[in-house]
Design a protein around this ligand. Structure first.
Ligand SMILES: Nc1nc2c(ncn2[C@@H]2O[C@H](COP(=O)(O)OP(=O)(O)OP(=O)(O)O)[C@@H](O)[C@H]2O)c(=O)[nH]1
Length: 262
């Protein structure tokens, strides 16, 4: 209420209370009007106070709801971060499991199982489309002697060095696996026997030149190799067997050489 409004009301109250106007014909009507006004004002103030209360409660509710939403959002973000981390961990574990199932832990080359899968595909491809591939079975010569003279750890170092040499000499499309203890199988897709022989001769040379220093001692090795070209109607196990026979021949003939299956 403005000060002018209050002054007017004070004036009206003073007129009503004044003895000079008590008998005035408008006195009663003015008194009733004044009382009615006060009543109305009181009701209005009550309404305003109720509306204020509502507004306050609504404000508090809104605040509480916003706070709750923010907490939920925070919790959700945390959960999604945990889920992301968990997923990344699962991916890592899966990759590690896949590696463990398909790679040789010492050399990092494919293991026998993975090469079987690759050979299955290549043999099917050869059968369907007439694409030849060639195998080379590589076996370190007198590896037992190396282990016996220098220890198993030294032998392991040589195996790793040999695997690295093979990997660096092969093309991207070639496959190479650790087939057994000191035996490695190289698969050369779309490669003729002549091409394979050139590559194997170079591999033997590289292995002859390989030298590893282990605990102050220089270790060297040679390897014997059996080469076999896959025949379109054979299964790949037969080709491996032929490469193995050629390898035995190379061993029999004095080692550090390669022989080709008929
Ligand atoms: N250091 C090491 N040695 C291994 C591993 N796997 C197999 N060997 C050894 O490789 C040797 C293979 O011996 P043999 O099969 O008699 O063949 P070799 O001595 O190489 O003789 P030839 O093959 O006839 O030239 C054994 O002494 C095995 O213990 C390995 O992971 N690490």
């Amino acid at each position: 209420m403005t000060p002018q409004d209050q002054a007017l009301l004070d004036r009206v109250a003073a007129l009503i209370d004044s003895d000079a106007y008590r008998g005035h014909p408008l006195h009663e009507a003015l008194s009733q009007l004044y009382a009615h006004h006060l009543e109305q004002r009181e009701r209005l103030e009550r309404l305003i106070s109720i509306a204020d209360g509502f507004q306050q409660t609504a404000h508090e509710d809104l605040h509480a709801t916003r706070h709750q939403l923010q907490r939920q959002l925070k919790r959700q973000r945390k959960l999604s971060r945990i889920a992301d981390r968990y997923q990344a961990l699962l991916r890592e574990r899966n990759a590690a499991l896949a590696d463990a199932a398909t790679l040789d832990p010492l050399t990092g080359l494919a293991n026998r199982r993975l090469l079987h899968e690759q050979l299955q595909r290549l043999a099917a491809d050869a059968h369907r489309h007439g694409r030849v591939f060639t195998l080379a079975m590589i076996d370190i010569d007198h590896f037992k002697r190396i282990n016996d003279h220098h220890g198993h750890a030294a032998g392991d170092r040589l195996l790793v060095a040999l695997a690295k040499t093979l990997a660096s000499e092969l093309r991207g499309a070639d496959h190479c696996a650790r087939w057994g203890g000191e035996e490695f199988l190289v698969v050369l897709p779309a490669t003729s026997l002549d091409q394979a022989e050139t590559l194997v001769a170079r591999l033997c040379e590289r292995l002859r030149a390989l030298s590893v220093t282990f605990e102050g001692e220089r270790l060297r090795l040679t390897a014997s190799v059996g080469v076999a070209q896959h025949r379109l109607d054979d299964d790949y196990a037969t080709t491996i067997q032929r490469a193995d026979e050629a390898l035995l021949e190379a061993k029999r003939e004095g080692r550090d050489r390669w022989r080709t299956a008929d």
